[in-house]
Ligand binder design. Structure first.
Ligand SMILES: [Fe+2]
Length: 387
């Protein structure tokens, strides 16, 4: 655990069922006359985008919407969104959705004010020097936590590439659990297990410190109880509130303290095989923790307590196994199939995927060194020939 640390978090979080209605007030505070709205086709279909457009117009703010954003957004998506935004000259950007619209929103907001192209800024490239157009993030899933992070991830030629900058923190995050009530069970499971992977990776990682430790463990505790309830009954508002809270807490913890092998390995799954980000992490969760837990025996006790696992009197190997069994049990109760072959992955793909995972910058925070061979071995443990 790092006792010397820094913590910077400038985003105003407005949390609670119904906080979406505070969007007009937020735009007024910014003095914005024109708002550029980013979302996706699914949210257009359920009528949420139309509802938000009406809210914004009701505040006397002109709005233009770009909703052509798919899961794992690409550089081409950013280019199209940016072109539409430039023509409109917005004074605020409003991103509505999960990680995909939020990350595109972050990138569009900074490219509106900064020179150069997206590629120049990715993977520890050029620094963002000029404050972006203010971004309001409305989160509609309890998953990525992108509404509270300084990170944006965009797919570039099948590789997920991040940009990290204090300028990417949204001005405001509207976290309204009521917006997640209609999330279908499959998406509830995948996004919810993404939250768990953020909390677990942050907690066992090298960058954990006393502030993020508290949030990561509390997020684990919330997910373990609330996620099965939200999966079984999507209309359970109490469970949705707890999941939204867990998502924000785990989001801050992972953004401030880092991720590790699970997210590094999820990257080629999404980049090469189009697997949804949350699902990729859900599939890798138990195997990644099986790799990591032996390296951090001093963290087993608090982690087990947060997960509701009794490890009293157990040695490190046994407590690792007890924690992993609990994760495995949750993942299978949520209907997640962990066989990588289901995504069309062939045995010969596992080694190159391992090399790609090991090249991710996230893996530097992993508590146990993981090169290409180690990552490929973890992939192999999840691959079974489909009969
Ligand atoms: Fe994630």
């Amino acid at each position: 655990m790092q006792q010397d640390f820094s913590f910077y978090f400038p985003t105003r979080v407005r949390f609670g069922a119904g906080v979406l209605n505070q969007l007009p007030g937020e735009l007024r505070d910014l003095g914005a006359g024109r708002a550029f709205l980013l979302s996706d086709a699914g949210l257009v279909k359920v009528g949420l985008v139309e509802r938000i457009e009406a809210l914004v117009r009701g505040a006397g703010v002109e709005v233009r919407t770009f909703s052509d954003i798919a899961t794992n957004p690409t550089a081409a998506t950013v280019d199209r969104a940016l072109e539409a935004a430039r023509a409109f000259r917005p004074e605020a950007v409003v991103a509505v959705g999960g990680g995909s619209p939020t990350d595109v929103g972050k990138v569009v907001a900074f490219l509106l004010t900064n020179p150069g192209s997206l590629a120049e800024y990715q993977w520890e490239g050029r620094k963002i020097g000029i404050a972006p157009v203010p971004l309001i993030a409305v989160s509609t899933t309890s998953g990525t936590g992108s509404e509270v992070t300084r990170t944006a991830v965009i797919l570039d030629r099948n590789t997920k590439k991040g940009i990290v900058s204090d300028h990417l923190f949204p001005r405001t995050a509207l976290v309204d659990p009521a917006l997640t009530l209609s999330l279908p069970p499959k998406l509830t499971a995948a996004t919810g297990l993404d939250v768990l992977s953020h909390a677990l990776e942050a907690y066992v990682g090298k960058g954990i410190h006393p502030l993020t430790e508290t949030w990561a463990l509390r997020a684990v505790e919330l997910v373990m109880t609330a996620l099965p309830k939200a999966y079984a009954d999507g209309r359970d508002l109490g469970a949705r509130v707890d999941m939204a809270l867990a998502s924000s807490m785990a989001g801050v913890a992972m953004d401030q303290s880092g991720l590790g092998i699970i997210h590094s390995m999820a990257s080629p799954l999404s980049g090469l095989f189009g697997v949804h980000h949350g699902l990729a992490n859900a599939v890798l969760l138990a195997a990644g923790m099986r790799f990591n837990l032996p390296a951090v025996p001093e963290r087993h006790r608090l982690l087990a307590r947060a997960m509701g696992v009794d490890v009293a009197g157990l040695g490190p190997a046994e407590s690792s196994e007890a924690i992993i069994r609990r994760i495995d049990d949750l993942v299978s109760r949520l209907g997640i199939d962990t066989n990588l072959a289901q995504f069309g992955i062939k045995e010969a793909d596992l080694e190159p995927m391992g090399r790609e995972a090991a090249a991710m910058f996230l893996i530097r925070n992993n508590p146990r060194p993981a090169g290409g061979e180690e990552c490929a071995a973890v992939f192999r443990s999840l691959w079974r020939r489909v009969p």
